[in-house]
Design a protein around this ligand. Sequence first.
Ligand SMILES: [Fe+2]
Length: 324
Amino acid sequence: MLPLPDTTSADLLPLFERMGQESAERRMRLQVDHSATLFGAGRGTLHFENFHAVRITLEYVLEVSGLAGRARRNCADYRVEQVETTLANLPQTFDGYRIVQLSDLHTDALVDGGAGILSALKGLEYDLAVLTGDFRFATNDDYQPCLSAMAPLVKQLQNAPDGCYGILGNHDFLEFVPSLERLGVRMLLNEQVAIVRGSDALTLAGVDDPHFYGAHDLGRALGTTPDQTCTLLLAHSPEIIAEAESMGVALYLCGHTHGGQICLPGGFPILANASCSYRYLKGAWRFNSMHGYTSRGTGFSTAAARFFCPPEITLHTLKRAGQS
Ligand SMILES: [Fe+2]
């Protein structure tokens, strides 16, 4: 087990204030007590990501079946998914606004060290970059290798005129935040920022991980947003959809599910690691008036294996309703 964090450290106290004391205390308690357990907190009762026996068994089955090489190559078969979303309350000046989303990078385990992602990003143009959590492979390990692997990706993403924003996932610790921010990722810890174009603005809000830590605070993240503002929300998993829609979110971007990662032909997931309906496990969806998108993930977890579920880099284009 990792040593107890120093909750009075100068690095952590400002983060507590940013995310809210109650959410911060909950996260810190769980980081120490339960992050390596199979059962426990969060919306699901079983957390496959912490089940080392699954990884060992899966790697063994792939090896003896001769599928290990294919499974591994599939993990670097990055697809750029172009997604257009029409929003009723998008300000005119944001019509055509482009957001690149990377999710579930698990960067320290990428089979190509991130070279394929970097190459794909260099061919894209976007106004804003968002990272929807799970930077690290393990749930409770040293995160320095992850940071080293993140550096070139963040450097590239900083070409976005409106910057690079991120949220924490269930594989990330709060202690990660100062280092990520020094790299150039502005983390949203139950916070929001305004993306401004002249006299128009979008609200970009982000919450802490709802899946395992349950440290999300939508009220805090969205609290000061005027009703008519077009609000985009970053949340690690698609497990707080109903709450977000009821609070007026226009577009909900998330990941965590990896789209199933190992799927049947046709892309049907064998296992789901999120407590939500099947229709929210990957791709574009709607919940009443709210639009949403669940990334299949850019990296992988548990083992280097993907079938019928390629990793993705998502390029969102926002369109204003009524514009042709
Ligand atoms: Fe996750």
